[in-house]
Design a binder for this molecule. Structure first.
Ligand code: SF4
Ligand code: SF4
Ligand code: SF4
Length: 321
């Protein structure tokens, strides 16, 4: 069975078992996080069945945050300076990251220690502990919240895609024809807004689980304070003599994948089997590079002032609405 037909089959099976009834299936909630503690997630990919319910739930729950571009797009000057990126006519694509698809599944066939595995890997933002996307965004549009979630503010983002350029996994995805650049310098700067998983921060604020975690019929995903999640990841890894990805990558992230197969084997298979990125290679701490550290220090006051200005503007707008 091909990956796609297998996924359709599993999706139907999950749906008929009630697995897609998101609102009705909420016995779990986010474990209380001590003040200041970062939230992290664990994904036990050794048990993921690749049903895709998480992908569908993310698309449904977060649909109201997706871009609604104005067309025709203003021509850039010079014309080819910034490439137009338009996913608005391809919103149904769910086999890679796009501004309309913040989570997708990679699937690889691998052999390890004489055993064959079909591994499904849900991919989305890693929510780095020291995120270069947030540290190096010149406008303060990308920022890390106190609970460890990194978000991109769609009203502040100028679309220059610095966050994508510095992200070790190239996670954020641009949509042209939306955002601040249209009001400021539509022909000369930016060219859209960058979108990515925001860990359903608005649901978390209400004590709810992220949609992808709540829907999972196998409960392979967990969320809670980072230390507790790291312990959980280590316990799962110990159970099947497995491996963890994300605990040290890029200096540490708030996403831990646990797999019975080493991640270098999975990363090689992703390339050999032509799966779209992100990769699963080991990643050095990009914010430890002095050039990035210096830029972050220089940008911090500017980004803070812009973010504060945007927040005040937002409050004024809300008080008028
Ligand atoms: S994975 Fe990329 S987009 Fe996500 S927090 Fe890290 S640097 Fe930012
Ligand atoms: S945490 Fe929320 S935004 Fe992120 S992939 Fe899951 S459902 Fe989508
Ligand atoms: S994480 Fe859960 S919902 Fe998503 S594909 Fe795997 S088993 Fe299905």
């Amino acid at each position: 069975m091909s990956n796609i037909s297998r996924r359709s089959f599993l999706k139907k099976a999950a749906a008929s078992a009630g697995g897609l009834a998101l609102a009705a299936s909420a016995p779990r909630a986010v474990a209380a996080s001590p003040k200041g503690a970062e939230l992290a997630t664990v994904l036990d990919i050794g048990r993921c069945i690749g049903c895709g319910a998480c992908v569908d739930a993310c698309r449904t729950i977060n649909n109201f945050k997706f871009p609604r571009p104005e067309k025709p797009f203003p021509a850039m000057s010079p014309q080819d300076r910034v490439k137009v990126e338009d996913w608005s006519e391809k919103q149904n694509v769910d086999s890679r990251l796009t501004p309309y698809n913040w989570l997708f599944l990679q699937t690889v066939d691998v052999s390890y220690k004489g055993k064959d595995y079909l591994i499904h890997i849900p991919r989305r933002c890693m929510h780095c502990q020291n995120p270069p996307c947030a540290n190096l965004c010149p406008f303060g549009a990308a920022r890390k919240l106190e609970n460890g979630i990194t978000v991109i503010h769609p009203d502040i983002c100028f679309g220059g895609a610095k966050c994508k350029a510095v992200c070790p996994w190239k996670i954020p995805q641009r949509q042209t024809g939306v955002g601040l650049y249209l009001k400021m310098m539509p022909r000369f700067a930016g060219n859209g807004v960058l979108f990515k998983c925001d860990r359903c921060f608005d649901r978390i604020d209400k004590g709810k689980l992220p949609a992808c975690i709540e829907i999972c019929p196998e409960q392979i995903q967990h969320i809670g304070p980072r230390e507790a999640m790291l312990e959980k990841a280590r316990a799962i890894a110990k159970d099947y003599d497995g491996f963890i990805y994300g605990d040290t990558e890029n200096g540490g992230t708030n996403t831990f994948y646990v797999s019975p197969v080493p991640f270098e084997v999975l990363d090689r298979a992703l390339k050999e089997q032509a799966q779209p990125g992100p990769h699963l290679a080991s990643v050095k701490n990009s914010m430890a590079i002095s050039e990035n550290l210096g830029k972050a220090l220089l940008l911090a006051p500017l980004a803070g002032a812009l973010a504060a200005g945007a927040s005040i503007a937002g409050k004024l707008k809300n008080s008028r609405d």
